[in-house]
Design a protein around this ligand. Structure first.
Ligand code: AP5
Ligand code: ZN
Length: 214
């Protein structure tokens, strides 16, 4: 299966991805995670992406299309993949269609994490992540066993630099202006399934399961 997850910051894309990945044996390609790793490693890509990310703006289409093109070539992604955070502009969506068409494939399903903006600040400001595994916690909605520490490795958790109420405002603005048109783009193709992303994680997981088995 080739899946796209679309939703505003904090809507649960990164939380549901590992569950879908395990159940369907798909590779998880999250442009935000890849960009953050590039920023941390100070690669040329990371140096170019850093400023836009810290301001909550989108990184240029060319940069992200380049990393997705590269990542999709991995043997583990040939059977199918979950795109988390990509495409985020109509240009990215068109380019993705072109890339897939060349391989004779296409996007099978787009999961729209529909949610009210008002809920997102609490989700974003309470998030803690384990950078190397991508495991995500929340102080209120899914706390780690010991505060500030990853359950599996015992390593410290961190907060993302862009997870402040102020930067969230720009991220939401970018979502409404640049990414919502992508949902319409896929709706015209009849590929979109709506999720009630305001529900607790387990209920959202059940909805995802239903969509993917139908
Ligand atoms: P990215 O990393 O993709 O960030 P985002 O889209 O803002 O999404 P988030 O990761 O914040 O949200 P999520 O939906 O994954 O939420 P999560 O599941 O963790 O992108 C970052 C930046 O990179 C962008 O701003 C841009 O600069 C750049 N970028 C990336 N891709 C790009 C592209 N294609 N083009 C251009 N630029 C790009 O959940 C959030 C919190 O809520 C967690 O603490 C979690 O535990 C909790 N939670 C999750 N689900 C629930 C639930 N159902 N109930 C209660 N709590 C929940
Ligand atoms: Zn995420």
């Amino acid at each position: 299966k080739r899946l796209v997850l679309i939703g505003p910051p904090g809507s649960g894309k990164g939380t549901q991805s590992p569950i879908i990945k395990d159940e369907h044996c798909l590779c998880h390609l999250a442009t935000g995670d890849m960009l953050r790793a590039a920023v941390a490693a100070k690669t040329p890509l990371g140096i170019k992406a850093k400023e836009a990310m810290e301001k909550g703006e989108l990184v240029s289409d060319d940069l992200v299309i380049g990393i997705i093109d590269e990542a999709m070539k991995k043997p583990s992604c040939q059977k199918g993949f979950i795109l988390d955070g990509f495409p985020r502009t109509v240009v990215q969506a068109q380019k993705l269609d072109d890339m897939l068409q060349k391989q004779g494939s296409k996007i099978d399903r787009v999961l729209n994490f529909a949610i009210d903006d008002a809920i997102l600040e609490e989700r974003i400001t309470g998030r803690w992540i384990h950078p190397s595994s991508g495991r995500t916690y929340h102080t209120k909605f899914g706390p780690p066993k010991a505060p500030g520490v990853d359950d599996v490795t015992g390593e410290p958790l961190i907060q993302r630099k862009d997870d402040t109420a102020a930067v969230l405002k720009s991220r939401l603005e970018a979502f409404h202006k640049q990414t919502e048109p992508v949902i319409d783009y896929y709706k015209k193709k009849g590929a979109v399934a709506e999720l009630h992303a305001e529900k607790p994680p387990k209920e959202v997981a059940t909805e995802v399961k239903k969509v993917l088995s139908s």
